[in-house]
Ligand binder design. Structure first.
Ligand SMILES: Cc1ncc(COP(=O)(O)O)c(C=O)c1O
Length: 443
């Protein structure tokens, strides 16, 4: 007979969760759309991909990584008088929350973008993406604070807002970016509803997903409007270097005398994305509770200390080495990379013209730089169409409807010209034209 004390106790039931119990951002169709896109890419590895905004990998040489690290070590020893122990700490130890290459970043934006901020206003982040989270967390204080975003919008910002329970509204993008008058109207409407339009997020140069850029007079107007409405501008500029001509439009940050622009930069395209290094320029004054003044960057650092603690010292060393080797001038150092993307963008536009003559019912925009072209087709460019394009024609693209905040873009798709070599690009557009012809005939 078994002693009752030896009988196995009833084991606790294995816990399970229902999706509704998790944070509501997980229900956002955006997250599923991205998963679908990744999944299609994996299922059709031989397809030519115009889907991701990834840099072309032929531009990278693994052998150079150690050179970058060595260049940074030399810089610490030579220019900053670090002894062996200090170098060891810089490479191996937890580091300053705001980053250790902040001075190099400040010099680089001064050279490349004519932006002049003190090094203390720079926060080195884990990609631009972390910069978005830090800025949103710091600025948005309650349920009445609303983020304005030009629509169609980059998913990283709407996704970040969604994670932080921040409400957002779209301002429709025109061929010259969002219209500042619409921004003002939207801000005033929100105020009339008792809300606070806290910030506008914008990619003024070769936006993702639309490829659109803002002319300089619109940039000035936008700053005026934002200052008048007391609304910050979050300028995100990962593609600014990659112009198709040598014409440079000043960044909003370089035009800003009102202190309304918080600038987010990324080294993902100008150096390499594997480093996951970006930065925020936050030189706005914050008067602390004890009455002294410090840059907003210090507040972002407090938040960062609770997210990523500091950006990887090794990644900063690699990017720091690239900056040192470039003389803190990435525009010049990226000459070959800029030429590659220029050529690809021009080729993409030329191939589209060749395959889709006037009257074909297919239209596209003509970005003057960046990675993305938006094509309007005579059918619904949804997941099912993408699946067919991948399976039967071996070419991938991104449905634009994913990026629209208030519906729209159903007959549009995004082609990225950044990831493939010119020969593959030509072949890809040929396949794409085959798909469009077949799908149009079927609809
Ligand atoms: C508009 C925009 N912002 C930011 C990023 C991401 O930057 P990072 O890789 O530095 O996080 C991208 C990358 O695709 C982008 O298109």
């Amino acid at each position: 007979m078994t002693d009752i004390q030896d009988a196995p106790a009833a084991l606790p039931q294995r816990m399970s969760l229902r999706a509704e119990e998790l944070h509501r951002s997980l229900d956002d169709p955006l997250l599923s759309a991205m998963t679908f896109l990744n999944e299609v890419t994996h299922r059709f590895p031989d397809a030519i991909s115009f889907a991701p905004g990834r840099p072309y990998e032929g531009l990278f040489d693994p052998a150079e990584i150690t050179d970058y690290l060595a260049a940074y070590r030399d810089h610490l020893e030579r220019d900053r008088d670090f002894d062996r122990d200090a170098v060891r700490t810089a490479f191996f130890q937890y580091g300053r929350t705001n980053g250790q290459i902040h001075d190099l970043v400040a010099r680089t934006v001064a050279n490349d973008e004519d932006i002049h901020v003190p090094a203390e206003a720079v926060v080195v982040t884990v990609g631009a993406q972390e910069g978005m989270l830090l800025v949103l967390r710091a600025l948005f204080t309650g349920p009445d604070d609303v983020l304005l975003v030009s629509s169609p919008a980059y998913v990283g910002i709407t996704g970040a807002a969604s994670l932080l329970d921040i409400g957002f509204v779209g301002v429709p993008e025109t061929e010259a970016g969002p219209d500042p008058r619409r921004v003002a109207e939207t801000a005033r409407r929100l105020k009339a509803e008792g809300k606070r339009p806290r910030a506008l997020y914008i990619v003024p140069d070769f936006a993702n997903p639309s490829g659109t850029s803002m002319p300089v007079d619109r940039r000035r107007e936008l700053i005026e409007v934002a200052a008048a409405e007391g609304c910050y501008v979050i300028e995100d500029n990962p593609y600014g270097l990659f112009t198709t001509e040598d014409v440079l439009t000043p960044t909003l940050k370089s035009l800003d005398t009102a202190g309304v622009v918080i600038y987010i930069g990324s080294f993902a395209k100008s150096c390499f994305p594997g480093a996951r290094v970006g930065y925020v320029l936050a030189d706005q004054d914050v008067v602390t509770r004890d009455g002294h003044t410090e840059p907003l960057a210090e507040s972002l650092a407090k938040i960062k200390s609770m997210t990523t603690v500091n950006t990887s010292a090794l990644s900063q060393a690699a990017i720091g080495g690239m900056l040192v080797r470039s003389g803190c001038a990435l525009r010049a150092a990226n000459r070959d990379t800029i030429a590659f993307y220029r050529n690809n963008m021009k080729l993409m536009l030329a191939e589209l013209s060749q395959h889709f003559p006037p009257g074909s019912g297919v239209r596209w925009n003509s970005p003057t730089g960046g990675f993305f072209v938006v094509v309007t087709v005579p059918f619904v460019a949804d997941d099912a169409a993408l699946e067919r394009s991948a399976r039967e024609f071996g070419v991938l693209w991104t449905p634009m409807s994913t990026f629209y905040l208030d519906g729209g873009g159903l007959d549009q798709l995004r082609l990225s010209c950044s990831y493939v070599e010119p020969e593959r690009l030509r072949e890809g557009v040929r396949r794409f034209a085959g798909f469009v012809a077949a799908h149009t005939a079927r609809e």
